[in-house]
Design a protein around this ligand. Structure first.
Ligand SMILES: Cc1cc2nc3c(=O)[nH]c(=O)nc-3n(C[C@H](O)[C@H](O)[C@H](O)COP(=O)(O)OP(=O)(O)OC[C@H]3O[C@@H](n4cnc5c(N)ncnc54)[C@H](O)[C@@H]3O)c2cc1C
Length: 386
């Protein structure tokens, strides 16, 4: 079991250590090792369980709507994601998407929007999704083509969104579409679209290496009331970036949780596996690997909780969040690969914990800004400072 000394770091308040301990015990009882071939059903159940356990209250902002605070406590969501990822990748996904999918409502929703959606998200009664990417607009978000045309008291949406997590099981989607006030990033608006709105269909379900509900959405003359717009017309890019800014550091935290689990597994295996008259951990080559894994994990944790703490102090965290996401996801990939290697043939057997982690970690280096995009963000901030 990973040591928990880091919870005494100055980044945390006493409530954070208590939160981690309570969730760790809850997750061990409720979600550890849960496995099913029906990923949609598993995800729905996890959202319900996380709601019943009270954990989703941390994913929204606004005490009046069931949140634990009026703004999202970044350190809390990072600890929750790290802990859930250590126990079950799909549980982490279910928590993260409730936050990311409703984040724009917490930050920019009208009173009516927040009252209509946030309490259901916090209870686990409504599943949320965030629909930004398109087939021709992934890293280059501003290239989006999905259109929203004003028609009286409605907007009419036409176009496609792809790689949408929770696509197919979500109760509502926060959708970004071009409203054309100005060219590029300044002509986009954000909308809440209920899943049963006529004109919104699931064009394709997408299977990925670590199964999660994922889909391509199609909008064909999909009419959305003006009251469902989040923020001002033309401000959608700002809405998207502000939402991602809250949750980017938590991707680093999830990677950290996967890496910690891999190190736990590796330590257990290395101290038990007999070979050449000793155990695997007796070899210095193994010890060097374990040392690198532990050092990588601690640097990831330091960067992650520095960014989370800084955000909770009200500071700007563009560079720090990018550093945390870049370092923690890339390092977790290396840590998990090293752990799998220690398992030998057993490491690639379907259903083994390290095999599962190996598949779970991969997409984190791509979504919410690929590693190369994070490098560009860090360099841009450095050059601005310089
Ligand atoms: C499992 C999964 C879940 C996702 N969930 C969601 C979701 O819920 N909502 C949503 O809106 N989107 C989601 N996405 C989409 C995700 O955000 C995009 O995949 C990501 O932004 C990359 O876009 P792309 O796939 O079009 O790749 P591209 O933009 O084509 O980029 C391909 C690669 O090019 C490289 N690259 C990018 N920019 C540069 C550069 N400037 N210089 C050099 N190299 C560069 C990177 O290595 C990148 O991986 C998800 C993706 C995955 C895989």
């Amino acid at each position: 079991m990973s040591d928990k000394n880091y919870l005494a770091w100055p980044f945390f308040a006493p409530r954070h250590a208590a939160l981690e301990q309570a969730l760790d015990a809850w997750a061990a009882q409720h979600v550890a090792g849960a496995h099913t071939d029906d990923v949609d059903a598993a995800c729905r159940q996890l959202v319900r369980q996380l709601g019943e356990g009270g954990w989703l209250r941390h994913a929204i902002g606004g005490v009046a709507y069931g949140g634990t605070g009026d703004s999202i406590d970044t350190r809390a969501i990072c600890l929750i994601r790290e802990t859930l990822a250590r126990h079950n990748g799909l549980a982490d996904f279910a928590f993260a998407m409730q936050g990311l999918g409703s984040g724009a409502i917490s930050l920019f929703g009208s009173e009516a929007n927040r009252a209509a959606y946030l309490p259901r998200v916090a209870r686990g009664d409504a599943i949320a999704a965030f629909a930004l990417s398109e087939p021709q607009a992934g890293s280059d978000v501003a290239a989006m083509q999905c259109q929203a045309t004003r028609d009286g008291e409605h907007y009419v949406l036409n176009g496609e969104k792809t790689w949408i997590s929770n696509g197919g099981i979500a109760d509502f989607y926060v959708v970004f579409a071009r409203t054309g006030e100005q060219p590029g990033a300044r002509g986009i608006s954000a909308f809440i679209v209920d899943a049963d709105t006529p004109g919104l269909t699931i064009a394709e379900r997408i299977n990925v290496i670590a199964p999660h509900p994922l889909a391509r959405l199609r909008f064909s003359d999909c009419r959305v009331p003006v009251g469902q717009r989040l923020g001002e017309a033309g401000q959608g890019f700002k809405v998207a970036m502000a939402t991602l800014d809250v949750f980017r550091t938590s991707v680093a935290a999830a990677a950290l949780g996967f890496a910690r689990r891999a190190l736990d597994e590796a330590l257990q295996r290395a101290t038990q596996r007999q070979m050449f008259g000793q155990v695997l951990a007796d070899f210095q080559l193994t010890q060097a690997k374990l040392a690198d894994m532990a050092t990588g994990i601690d640097t990831s944790a330091l960067l992650t909780y520095r960014a989370a703490w800084q955000r909770d102090q009200g500071g700007k965290v563009t560079k720090e969040a990018a550093m945390a996401k870049l370092h923690a996801t890339e390092t977790a990939q290396q840590v998990i690969d090293a752990a799998l290697q220690m398992f030998g043939g057993l490491g690639v057997v379907s259903g083994q914990v390290v095999e599962n982690l190996y598949r779970e970690i991969r997409a984190l280096r791509i979504y919410e800004g690929a590693s190369e995009v994070q490098q560009l963000i860090i360099a841009r901030e450095l050059l601005k400072e310089g």
